[in-house]
Design a protein around this ligand. Structure first.
Ligand code: HEM
Length: 246
């Protein structure tokens, strides 16, 4: 009876070491078999890499998706305009308290407090105090004198004036005195960028340089950063519409 039971028990001829190896293998997580490829970042990167390799094999040019003039990407090959407004980063070191967040906080406060209306605009009062400037202002705003009066009497924020104040090149140049009082035109809109100067990631020098050189810096603005929402960023710096004088 005892002999029979001995023969029924299978002999396990595995050493302890081998046995533990077997368990390790069991514990290894096996890759899940899926019929469809799960779209992950890694998968799409692998796909892009494979496509690039294939194109190189077929001797096709590799097209890198890149926004033209995007300075946050690497320096593009070639010179001339390809490098202007892109390639190398040209950001400056901003002073403490001059981050994008600080600018946003400052603007929120100015918008909420009526007594701070037009606080970020420099040189606005001289439009009325200087006789010559007032004469030009009245001439080019002859059709919207209401706007001029609203601004003069109630100091309504310029961005809320409808129709907007009209500014010509002569007035613009008179208000490009220094980095504080510096008016500039972006796509036909006049802004006093004096308050923004120290917050500008590209520095104040470039704003002054291009502002003095060109009447409208819109083209250059787009060259450097067409994704920047200047209308929102400079809402409290808005003066009015730029008009060409006859
Ligand atoms: C007055 C309106 C302007 C506003 C509100 C403005 C705003 C900005 C902002 C938000 C950035 C950071 C962009 C980013 O990190 O992606 C920037 C960078 C820069 N801006 Fe302006 N900008 C203005 C005008 C200009 C003009 C007229 C020029 C040149 C003609 C210019 C040249 C630059 C440069 C060179 C940089 C650094 C780009 C880099 O190296 O990444 N900006 N600006």
């Amino acid at each position: 009876m005892s002999q029979n039971s001995e023969t029924q028990v299978p002999k396990i001829n595995v050493s302890l070491e081998e046995n533990s190896k077997g368990h390790e293998q069991d514990e290894q997580i096996k890759p899940r078999q899926t019929r469809f490829k799960i779209p992950t970042i890694q998968n799409s990167r692998d796909d892009m890499y494979r496509q690039q390799q294939q194109r190189q094999k077929d001797k096709q040019p590799v097209i890198i998706q890149q926004q033209p003039g995007c300075s946050t990407l690497g320096r593009p090959k070639g010179g001339g305009l390809a490098r202007m407004g892109g390639g190398e980063r040209q950001k400056v070191r901003l002073a403490p308290g001059h981050s994008a967040l600080d600018w946003s906080e400052l603007n929120k406060k100015v918008l909420q407090d009526k007594s701070r209306s037009n606080e970020l605009l420099y040189g606005l009062r001289t439009l009325f105090e200087d006789k010559d400037q007032l004469a030009i202002l009245e001439r080019i705003n002859s059709e919207n004198m209401d706007t001029v009066l609203k601004l003069y009497r109630f100091n309504i924020p310029c961005h809320l004036l409808h129709p907007p104040l009209r500014i010509n090149e002569q007035l613009l140049r008179l208000h490009q005195k220094n980095e504080r009082e510096f008016w500039t035109v972006i796509h036909g809109n006049v802004y006093c960028v004096g308050s923004y100067m120290e917050f500008h990631p590209g520095g104040s020098e470039i704003l002054v340089h291009y502002g003095e050189k060109f009447v409208d810096v819109g083209f250059w603005f787009n060259k450097f950063h067409r994704w920047v929402n200047y209308e929102k960023l400079l809402q409290n710096c808005y003066i009015g519409k730029f008009v060409k004088d006859k």
